[in-house]
Ligand binder design. Structure first.
Ligand code: SAM
Length: 273
């Protein structure tokens, strides 16, 4: 790429507290030729507040393909474009992926980092490991949700949730992972009524029976800790694969790949069965 390569800026905006808008983000948005945004009414309000007068163009999941072609033409004419979403970092459970996927390689893409609910949340809750999974918005159907929890059973799993569905989701966690499964909830992060809670899923459900449950929510289901519980789960899976005549070596490879279990551990359990 040369200095003349067209440039697309992915710009993070605040997730609540407007003071979290970075100086670089504001400067960039003032200097580009066009800002692609999800909802121009939502963005106009924020941008006006910072004296950003750049032209807006709506970009959302229903027109992203068409807009991508239009933006590519403008970029090739040396116009500078910035992408923002309603709040936080574009492409993180927000539109933008089609644009990045289509333009990557042809266009220089720069990210102006800033607020992101999942990262803000992870930085303020107790955790024992660096590893985590991010599931975005969970599927609404109960057994599909359970599949997500199963897939990331050995990882702290963060997801976005609406206040109307949080209790239902927590009840589902209780049912699939037990009463003592550990969860954390972050509500209204960076805003006046910011609240963060961590505890067993039962404690958190009880808490929200008597406390306000409104606003924006990010939630985490902690990785399963109980090794006894994990062993019995692995044994169940080994038994199923043994009935299909898989050799122990293949069983340990399959289960470690699919579920992140330690290969040796699965192999030893398989040998003992
Ligand atoms: N791109 C955004 C980001 O970087 O975090 C996320 C966009 S997604 C459409 C919106 C969801 O993020 C909300 O429904 C909520 O689950 C979560 N979220 C956004 N702002 C939040 C906040 N201030 N506190 C807690 N969760 C928030």
């Amino acid at each position: 790429m040369t200095n003349d390569t067209p440039q697309l800026y992915i710009v993070a905006t605040p997730i609540g507290n407007r003071a979290d808008f970075s100086a670089r983000a504001i400067e960039t948005l003032k200097n580009v030729d066009l800002i692609a945004c999800e909802d121009s009414r939502t963005s106009a309000n924020l941008l006006e507040n910072y004296g950003i007068k750049t032209k807006l163009s709506s970009y959302h999941k229903f027109n992203e393909k068409q807009r991508t072609n239009e933006f590519l033409k403008l970029l090739k004419d040396n116009k500078k474009i910035a992408l923002i979403s309603d709040a936080g970092t574009p492409c993180i459970s927000d539109p933008g992926r089609v644009l990045v996927n289509e333009l990557f390689g042809d266009v220089k893409i720069t990210s102006i980092p800033g607020a992101c609910a999942v990262i803000t949340f992870l930085s303020m809750i107790p955790r024992n490991t660096e590893e985590f999974a991010f599931a975005g918005f969970l599927p609404r159907v109960k057994n599909q949700q359970a599949k997500v929890f199963e897939k990331f059973i050995n990882l702290d799993t963060v997801f976005y949730e609406s206040p109307n569905r949080l209790i239902e989701t927590l009840e589902n966690i209780k049912e699939t992972r037990g009463e003592q499964a550990k969860v954390a909830v972050g509500r209204e992060l960076t805003k006046v009524f910011e609240e963060v809670k961590a505890g067993s899923v039962t404690e958190i459900i009880d808490y929200y029976k008597t406390h306000t449950l409104k606003g924006e929510i990010v939630c985490m289901l902690y990785a399963r800790e109980n090794t006894e519980e994990q062993d019995s789960d692995i044994i169940e899976k080994i038994k199923k694969l043994k009935t299909l005549n898989y050799p122990d070596k293949d069983i340990s490879a399959i289960l470690s790949t699919l579920y992140g279990y330690k290969k040796n551990k699965v192999y030893k359990l398989a040998l003992d069965l």
